[in-house]
Design a protein around this ligand. Structure first.
Ligand SMILES: *Cc1c(COP(=O)(O)O)cnc(C)c1O
Length: 692
């Protein structure tokens, strides 16, 4: 019998007629689709072998964290996406190793800024509901399959994937018995949820820790369940036997715990009638990747398209409060506005954090502001006044820092171009001088031995050992380690410094910490080899800018861990440094613009052309800028929710698109004021003049 597809039937009628079919025949129904299980669960019929509604709520992706706890498994960091800006923050914190997930089904990898909006869009459009973002766990995939009846565990087996399709589906696997501990916690889970039917726990065993994370909990048997039967675990038979009160057939095993899935071509029994000239709807939907018709069912369950999402974070952005107080009418646009109170707030948070790290590590902690991030005199003065040191990457920046009131002993000089534009012309007693290569180390040692510069500390930048980087000395390369060691051994140094800088905003906090530990180990080995101690470790910058504060636990834990590790491995360490740049000043500016024109694009999405351009907002990696619009009628600033509209820049370059995936309000018209938040740091320090 062929039933009509879910898109064509009313949910209630559909499930009732399925139930009638089953009971008429005194049959049992085992659903193979997650969503169908939840639709049928409402019937609470003993003939329909699916978990009760309560159990399903407890394993839905939004609350699977609790299920993981019950099962004594770890659960990856997960958030429900309220806005693109929040999602961007999340991905930055996790180094662009994340998954966008539907509430019910599907996971799309998000590995770079350009993929984010598209992935969320695809999830929302296919499945409806609120998309989730989940941090990726690096490791091998495993699975546990089970059958239960009315809270009683009937059987279970474990499976390790031995090969997968590109979507991560099991192609071949190895089936084994469950460990005693796993069986015990699964039994508790099944009893607690009064589970009926098949189930699958999808797990990843994290390579780094060997801990298992629950990625998905499916209320049905997995597609590979016959593989389990072949290996001697006929779980569907046990389920049917328990539900019908009969005895399960004796199970026989192929004698081999491994299975492989194959595709079989069969003669078609009947073909679909072709509607009009097109393809039958079901087939067409199938060709788009979901022959199950699950997307239709999903949208039916979650109702119409979700309301426009707005940002909870951004609506509390301090910049919005400041905007409210400004008199805008006469301002020429585009114009940047500085938000000094935001800098003050960040500096206070940073100082707090600095003191906490100092207390936990037992070492003095110094913060040096990265000048290139925003070299304007006001900002430099604010940094100096708050007690920060300065981090320069050229002699020109050193001069700027001196001009802003920093003393030479406040300045750390670093980077591959540090001698530009003029060779050393004074005997500055810099705080520290870090070499970026072995040849640069030669030069740094020479100028400090000759007294051309008189730095308090000479050191080297250790190339981040776990990523590819053009910067620093690769101490993890045997030859570079050896040549560095001989340079240091032949030098006049009595101690040296080590520096590592890799952007946590690009690789995530966990990877950052792994690199930091590795770099500290290498510095300790170098110190041992040459018999010269490391006196200071400098951890660089690259902290997420969109993360609106320095008081987040993730940042505190990462800095604490890094400083503690350095202290434990480097016995002569006297100081730890951090060099935030963009995390201090990115939110401290906004760019005010006016709409020049509103145009309909062919697919009905709206585009606003504004009087600013990528020359004003120059950080091309920032795809999810937060935009606020002025509402003339209510005289308020509102954060634009995500949507399908675009904001184009003023200049004639294809890539002059300032924001995609935003909803432009109906009230917008030529002349409407828009403000781009977080327009400081590289958005501004890399800005250029183009087309006047
Ligand atoms: C650029 C830079 C920083 C600051 O990086 P942000 O990403 O702006 O925080 C810190 N230290 C060094 C050596 C740098 O080159």
């Amino acid at each position: 019998m062929v039933l009509p597809p879910w898109r064509e039937v009313d949910l209630n009628t559909g499930r009732q007629s399925l139930l009638d079919l089953v009971t008429e025949r005194q049959g049992l129904l085992i659903s193979g689709l997650d969503l169908e299980a939840s639709v049928l669960s409402v019937l609470a019929s003993p003939s329909i072998l699916v978990p009760p509604v309560d159990a399903l709520n407890r394993v839905s992706k939004g609350s699977a964290g609790q299920a993981a706890e019950l099962l004594e498994l770890q659960y990856p960091v997960t958030m429900a996406v309220a806005s693109l800006a929040d999602a961007f923050d999340f991905c930055e914190t996790h180094g662009w190793r994340a998954w966008a997930k539907g509430e019910r089904y599907e996971a799309v990898p998000v590995t770079h800024p350009g993929a984010l909006a598209h992935a969320l869009d695809r999830i929302t459009k296919t499945w409806g509901g609120t998309p989730l973002l989940q941090a990726d766990v690096a490791g091998a995939e495993e699975s546990i399959c089970f059958a239960a009846h009315d809270g009683r565990l009937l059987g279970a087996c474990a499976m390790r994937k031995t090969s997968m399709t590109p979507e991560g589906k099991t192609w071949s696997g190895r089936v084994t018995e469950l460990s005693e501990a796993d069986e015990k916690s699964l039994r508790t889970f099944v009893a607690e949820t009064r589970w009926t039917g098949g189930g699958e726990l999808e797990l990843v065993r994290e390579a780094r820790t060997d801990e298992r994370f629950l990625i998905d909990l499916n209320p049905r048997f997995p597609a590979w369940v016959h593989g389990a039967t072949l290996a001697g675990f006929n779980l569907p038979a046990r389920l049917v036997a328990a539900a019908s009160g009969s005895t399960a057939p004796t199970e026989s095993s192929s004698g081999n715990p491994e299975f492989v899935r194959v595709v079989l071509e069969l003669p078609a029994v009947h073909s679909y009638p072709v509607q009009g000239f097109g393809m039958p709807s079901q087939l067409a939907a199938g060709l788009k990747g979901h022959p199950s018709g699950m997307p239709d069912l999903s949208r039916a369950v979650s109702g119409e398209r979700p309301p426009a999402r707005s940002s909870t974070v951004a609506s509390h952005h301090p910049a919005v409060d400041e905007l409210q107080t400004l008199a805008m009418a006469d301002l020429m646009t585009p114009v940047r506005l500085a938000l000094p109170r935001v800098v003050e707030q960040r500096l206070a948070q940073l100082n707090n954090l600095r003191l906490q790290i100092a207390a936990s590590s037992g070492l003095p902690v110094t913060c040096a502001y990265s000048i290139k991030t925003d070299p304007s005199p006001d900002i430099l003065s604010a940094m100096h006044a708050s007690g920060l040191k300065a981090e320069a990457i050229s002699m020109a920046e050193v001069q700027r820092a001196l001009g802003a009131g920093f003393t030479p002993s406040d300045i750390v000089l670093n980077g591959p171009g540090k001698w530009w534009p003029r060779p050393v012309d004074s005997r500055l007693a810099l705080r520290a001088l870090f070499a970026d290569s072995t040849s640069d180390l030669k030069r740094c040692l020479r100028v400090s031995a000759d007294g051309d510069l008189q730095p308090n500390l000479v050191g080297l930048r250790v190339a981040a050992p776990k990523v590819t980087s053009r910067f620093g000395i690769r101490l993890h390369d045997r030859r570079q380690f050896a040549s560095t060691a001989s340079l240091l051994a032949a030098s006049h140094l009595e101690s040296f410094g080590a520096h590592m800088h890799v952007a946590a905003s690009a690789i995530g906090f966990t990877e950052w910490l792994a690199n930091a530990r590795f770099a500290i180990d290498l510095a300790a080995m170098l110190a041992d080899t040459v018999g010269i101690p490391v006196k200071a470790f400098d951890f660089g910058g690259g902290w997420p800018a969109a993360m609106t504060r320095f008081d987040t636990p993730a940042l505190r834990e990462t800095w604490t861990e890094a400083a503690g590790y350095a202290r434990s491995k480097l016995p002569d360490l006297e100081e730890v440094l951090f060099e935030p740049g963009k995390a201090l000043v990115q939110p401290a500016q906004l760019l005010l613009t006016r709409v020049l024109e509103l145009r309909d694009s062919p697919d009905d999405d709206l585009a606003a052309v504004v009087d600013a351009s990528v020359a004003d907002l120059a950080d091309l990696t920032r795809v999810a800028r937060t935009v606020v619009a002025f509402d003339d009628q209510y005289q308020t600033w509102n954060v634009l929710p995500d949507g399908d509209d675009l904001i184009y820049g003023r200049i004639c370059m294809e890539h002059d698109i300032l924001r995609r995936g935003v909803a432009i309000p109906d009230t917008a018209e030529p002349g409407t004021l828009l403000a781009f938040l977080d327009a400081g740091a590289y958005e501004s320090s890399m800005a250029y003049a183009f087309g006047s």
